[in-house]
Design a protein around this ligand. Structure first.
Ligand SMILES: [Zn+2]
Length: 411
């Protein structure tokens, strides 16, 4: 009873026979996008590939070296989705992607252990769990978990792992007395036949269809990462089990090394150093804004003081902003010049402003916008917009110069 993968969770290969092969189309994630994929659904005499269930995702692997893209359970059958057909009655060899499977076994068995200890010690029931791609969480029926409780739970979990306790699946009759004493979140609606119990000797028995480690020592270690507020009255407890603890630690260590170099201090001072940098950056930003405003005023005054000034005032300042442009425009005054002001990447995108006598601005503004391949609007006698091609600025200058003869400048 049950699939081969459930009876022999450490086996990675199986030779079996094709029972049926039917054409099908399923929705699969290909390169992060859901797509319809045409292929075949295979039912085999038995399977070493686990179909999804109990919160554990389905396996990956091959059948006669053809990749299996999805495995689901329908009643007592496992449905393997592949892109090439196989003859019913023919013998096939299945192989499991063991790295993925063993990872799932470690996370799933780890969940059983944390669930059992959280219930025994604090009376927190597990209401659901999620085996994530990087980290997993257990939804516990408690509004809060304190830091001390978290540490205790982690300690007890790892103590149990060190005791090398066997973890064994067995089958019992539906309706048997034993079933009343096991932990369960219910059976699937289409369940048929005997019921499977997974027992951690002396700790708990749990109704479950998953593939599990045979001994708690195979979990290596469990790290409780932290607890976050979940759905109403619930808390999500994040954890890593087994090899994930090692790979996560490796990732953290590499990050730490990179931060040591860029922050020029050891890990104990990282947070302090980042705070310091953020504070000084804030001060520097404030200073540069003040200087930019003052510069706008001075530039405008300098222009106005020149007796032989060009009636077209054209300024591009890469580090400027729209406030800088408005200050220049106000300080010069619309009656004193026709202005083309811009900020941003010289040959790329940026902001622009056309200012001067309202009638000229209204006529010339939209034409400047289209020359700079941007868009904008006229407001308070100024035309302000976004440009995508500031490289065409000289053409806009040329256009505005043609308008300067209309100016009746005060001097
Ligand atoms: Zn389970």
């Amino acid at each position: 009873m049950g699939f081969y993968c459930q009876r022999h969770s450490y086996e990675t290969e199986l030779t079996t026979k094709v029972v049926s092969c039917t054409q099908a189309q399923v929705k699969l994630e290909v390169n992060g996008r859901k797509q319809n994929v045409k292929g075949f659904e295979l039912i085999l005499e038995d399977t070493v590939l686990f179909p999804e269930g109990g919160g554990q995702p389905d396996d990956r692997g091959t059948i006669n070296n053809v990749e299996v893209l999805r495995i689901t359970r329908k009643g007592a059958d496992a449905i393997h989705f592949v892109t090439s057909s196989l003859e019913p009655g023919s013998e096939v060899t299945q192989k499991v992607d063991w790295k993925r499977r063993f990872d799932h076994m470690q996370q799933h068995s780890g969940q059983h252990l944390v669930t059992a200890i959280a219930d025994d010690k604090y009376g927190w029931k597990t209401t659901s769990w999620d085996l994530g791609r990087e980290k997993s969480f257990i939804e516990l029926d408690t509004p809060k978990i304190s830091q001390e409780q978290l540490e205790e739970l982690e300690k007890d979990t790892n103590d149990a792992i060190r005791k090398c306790i066997p973890m064994t699946p067995r089958l019992v009759e539906l309706g048997s007395k034993e079933l009343q004493e096991v932990r369960t979140r219910g059976l699937p609606d289409d369940h048929v036949g005997l019921v499977r119990i997974v027992e951690i000797e002396g700790i708990e028995a749990n109704l479950c269809c998953g593939t599990h480690v045979s001994n708690l020592s195979h979990l290596q270690a469990i790290k409780l990462l932290g607890a976050e507020k979940g759905k109403k009255g619930k808390t999500n407890l994040y954890f890593l089990a087994g090899n994930r603890v090692l790979s996560y630690l490796g990732k953290c260590y590499n990050n730490e090394k990179a931060l040591n170099l860029s922050l020029k201090c050891g890990p104990d001072e990282h947070v302090q150093q980042v705070d310091k940098i953020q504070k000084s950056l804030k001060t520097a930003n404030k200073t540069s804004l003040t200087v930019l405003r003052e510069l706008a005023v001075l530039e405008a005054r300098h222009y106005k003081l020149n007796p032989n000034r060009d009636p077209l005032l054209s300024i591009h300042r890469k580090e400027g902003d729209s406030e800088y442009m408005i200050i220049v425009a106000n300080e010069v005054g619309p009656e004193n010049a026709l202005m083309l002001l811009s900020t941003g990447e010289e040959n790329g995108a940026g902001l622009f402003l056309v200012a001067g006598p309202t009638d000229i601005v209204e006529e010339a503004g939209p034409r400047v916008a289209s020359l700079l391949e941007g868009k904008g609007a006229c407001k308070n006698g100024r035309y302000q917009g976004k440009a995508t091609k500031l490289s065409k600025r000289s053409e806009a200058e040329k256009l505005l110069r043609d308008f300067t003869h209309k100016l009746n400048l005060n001097s």
